[in-house]
Design a protein around this ligand. Structure first.
Ligand SMILES: [Zn+2]
Length: 217
């Protein structure tokens, strides 16, 4: 795959960092780019981490401002002080309507302009927090839509789709980057460096890591 180019949708979290490291391995460092979206997330630390990692890995990164999202939808990830809860329908209030559809659309527009067909997203339906746009069926449908919209043969890859968090840690370890991901990625909903240990995101991350380390030979 070293003669093809890839674009990774990159947030600086565990999942997308693992995807980025895997893409570097698969396509070669010189063929990989990252795209990062800013949409009024509560915590600047997330964006700061994403920029630091991209720079550290020597990957060209495009940061796109989608803060207009704040004008059309409300959400606990974007508003300061809102408590993270799960609604009766099982969808947490950290869900941002349309987010992955928008991300994939903007990523595809950018990718086509760069002659990139492969788009990589760290979405996952296994430890699925109830986000409808993390499901494989959504990504496949979006892939078809993008190909039709731009008359281009995009291939969206979601390497984490059916992995548990423990398996995602294993993937990072297989890439020789377990400690890198552990030390440098940011996943906490509360924006605590090193993790608050209490939010759903920290709990998932820590439980997965403990599970992986316990199984590791
Ligand atoms: Zn946390």
């Amino acid at each position: 795959m070293h003669n093809q180019k890839a674009l990774v949708i990159f947030s600086g979290g565990q999942d997308s960092t693992t995807c980025l490291l895997q893409a570097i391995e698969t396509y070669g460092r010189g063929n990989v780019q990252a795209i990062t979206f800013q949409y009024g997330q509560r915590h600047a630390v997330e964006l700061e981490r994403a920029c630091w990692i991209a720079q550290d890995l020597g990957i060209p990164q495009t940061v796109l401002d989608l803060s207009l999202m704040q004008h059309i939808t409300r959400n606990a990830l974007m508003s300061d002080g809102a408590e993270i809860q799960t609604a009766e329908n099982g969808i947490p209030n950290t869900f941002v309507d349309g987010r992955n559809a928008l991300f994939l659309l903007y990523a595809a527009i950018f990718a086509k302009g760069q002659g990139i067909r492969h788009i990589i997203a760290g979405v996952c339906e296994t430890d699925f927090s109830g986000y409808p746009d993390c499901r494989d069926i959504f990504v496949k449908s979006m892939n078809v839509t993008l190909n039709l919209a731009m008359d281009y043969d995009f291939q969206i890859h979601t390497p984490l789709m059916y992995l548990t968090k423990a398996q995602t840690w294993k993937l990072a370890d297989d890439l020789g980057r377990l400690n890198y991901v552990r030390e440098h990625t940011h996943t906490c909903y509360n924006g605590v460096i090193g993790g608050c240990g209490e939010c759903p995101s920290c709990i998932l991350r820590e439980r997965g890591l403990a599970e992986y380390l316990a199984e590791k030979p």
